[in-house]
Structures are given as structure tokens and as C-alpha cells.
Design a protein around this ligand. Sequence first.
Ligand code: KG4
Ligand code: ZN
Length: 354
Amino acid sequence: MRVLGIETSCDETAAAVVTEGGEVLSDVVRSQVALHAPYGGVVPEVAARDHARAVVPVVREALSRAGVTLAELDGVAVTSRPGLAGALLVGLQAAKGLAWAAGKPLVGVDHLVGHLLAVFLRRDGAPAPEALPAFPYVALLASGGHTAIYRVDGPSVGAIRELGATRDDAAGEAFDKVAKLLGLGYPGGPVVDRLAAGGDAAAAAEAVPALTARKESLEFSFSGIKSAVARHVARRGRPEGQALHDLCAAFQGAVVDALVQKTVRAARAEGIARVVLAGGVAANRGLRATMAAACARRDVALFVPPFASCTDNGAMIAYAGALRLAAGERDALDLAPETRTALPRVTRKGGGAR
Ligand code: KG4
Ligand code: ZN
């Protein structure tokens, strides 16, 4: 089965052709990062317009790189939720048009389910199938829009349970906001990651509160640390040189410690010895190293997909859609965008340190 996947939920226009075995035949991602950079974050209206410009050429390129015609596809998958409504709508209209014109089945995919299954994508140089995780596993999904820990018992919405999520900012959002405060540009995660490598977290510890006071909770809160950095900058000005490295190291260390401790705690509580990373923040070198060490200490197997599978992409949508199609599921052409995920939430948004 060969499925076209289209993703336009946020600031990447992406399309890919993937088999139901996870083999990536093509994966085209056109980032809007440069368009949004002057604003320090994604502007919904700008995103929707640019998706409208880009979606047809991106889909065309995905088909041509895969060497597949529309007629040879077995279905069209598209991100239908969660995301920016106007942005989602562009991908949905494109997918519906193609599915209708070519007489192919259409399936909507929850973007978060796509991220949680991206570990199974088989790209050049990716691990052999026997090196992939078995169900169930515990997954940490940390991106610019979402941060949560899930128990994944299977590939469908009904088999995925949120164990804890952020009460306020997503981890990537915290990286981006702190980078903005420090004048480091957007997106901030990669820059902070690089600067943190040359820093001493202990030297800036007083500027950054620890995030793991409530050790038993699986919920995150990242807004306090952002405010602490803002107060530090207001008091002392933007740090430069070594002080900038140190502050980045302290901030990243606090975020990473919270992500790692809660993920490992969740795995232990569920009695599951497999942990999967997902989302753009999984690119963070501090997170990868600290998570690897914590898992090794506890005999937990850690699965970290390649970077292209962690950040937003069409391949994860095509794959999750292929599994829906293989299960005999279809969506009608009146499929509508939803701004919220279909995965049940257990974490209350807002209020108070965790
Ligand atoms: O998954 P993704 O590409 O898009 C969303 O769905 O949000 O994640 C992007 C987020 C941004 O907030 C970016 O700053 C963060 O991932 N990010 C990182 C790193 N690379 C990307 N955060 C920390 N360290 C990194 N190396
Ligand atoms: Zn995403």
C-alpha cells in the first residue's frame, strides 16, 4: 500500500509517500520558519496563506520523488487535527480534491498520533524492523506546540492514553520564548542547545528555578522558568559571552531534567521498559544524552527517531493514515478541521506550579 500524506497544521507544508510498512518513498518538507522569524512565533494568517501557495508544488514533488502517480496511490491521508484551523483547512482541501479527483479513499490523521508513530518510519539508514519498539511503550512528545507523556498500546487513537501533559507552555515554546528574551532569534531551541553546550549550569543556577518540585506528578509547567529568565534579564540585562552560555545551560538543564525525570517515572509506574522520543525538542542534545543515561541506569530501552522523523513532516501522517486505511477506516469528504487533539486530555490547562 502506498499512501500520500499531507501536513499543514502549523508552519511546515509537508507531503510524503509512505508504505503501510513504514517505508518512506519520499518526504518533502517546506518550512515557513523564515516567514515567521520577524514576529518571533507563528502568525496563523501568514501560515495559512503560505500553505495555500506551497501545498500543490510540495505534493507534486512528493509524488515525483517517490516515482508514483496519483492513480497509483492507495489513499490520501491528511492532518485534520490539532492545529491552526486556517492552516489545517488548506491541507484538508488539497487532500479532498486529490482523493475525489483520483477516486482514492481519504483518511484524517491526528497530528499527535503521527508524532507518536514516527519512530516506525523506515528511512535510508534507519534501524531494521527488529530494532523498533514493540507496543506498549511510553512516549515523550515535546514540540513547539505540545508537551505530554503518553502510554501507547497500539497505533489508533483509542489505544493511546495521556499520562501527563504541560499545564501551560510546551517545552519547545519555552525554548523559543527564552531565546527571544535573550535576543537569539527564532526558533530558539537549536540556538539555546548550541550555546548550552559551552555553559556551566551551576554558574547560573540562581537565575533559574528547578522544575521538579512536585516529584510525583507527571504534569509539566514551563511558564515559571520563562518568567524567571525574564526577571533575570530585566534586572541584569541580557547576558553576553560566558554568562549567556551559562544561562542557556541552566535553563536547558532544568527543562531537560523535568522531561527526563517524569518520563522515566511514567515508564516505571506503567511497568513498561520502552521509551520513545518524539517532537522537535527530541533533537536537543542535552535531552538525548540525559534521557539515554537515565534509561540505561534503569534498564529501559530508549528509541530516538532520526531528526527528520521528530520534527513536523508528511511521512508520519502518511504512515498513521496507511495504518487507518489498512484497518478499513475511511473518512468522508466533509471531514472538517479541529483545533484540538482527539486524544483524551487528563491534564488541566493553567494555574500553579507543578
Ligand atoms: O515538532 P516541531 O518541528 O514543530 C511543532 O510541532 O512544534 O518542533 C519545533 C520546536 C520548536 O519550538 C524548536 O525550538 C524546538 O522544537 N527545537 C528544539 C531543538 N530543535 C528544535 N528545542 C530544543 N533543542 C533543540 N535542539
Ligand atoms: Zn508537530
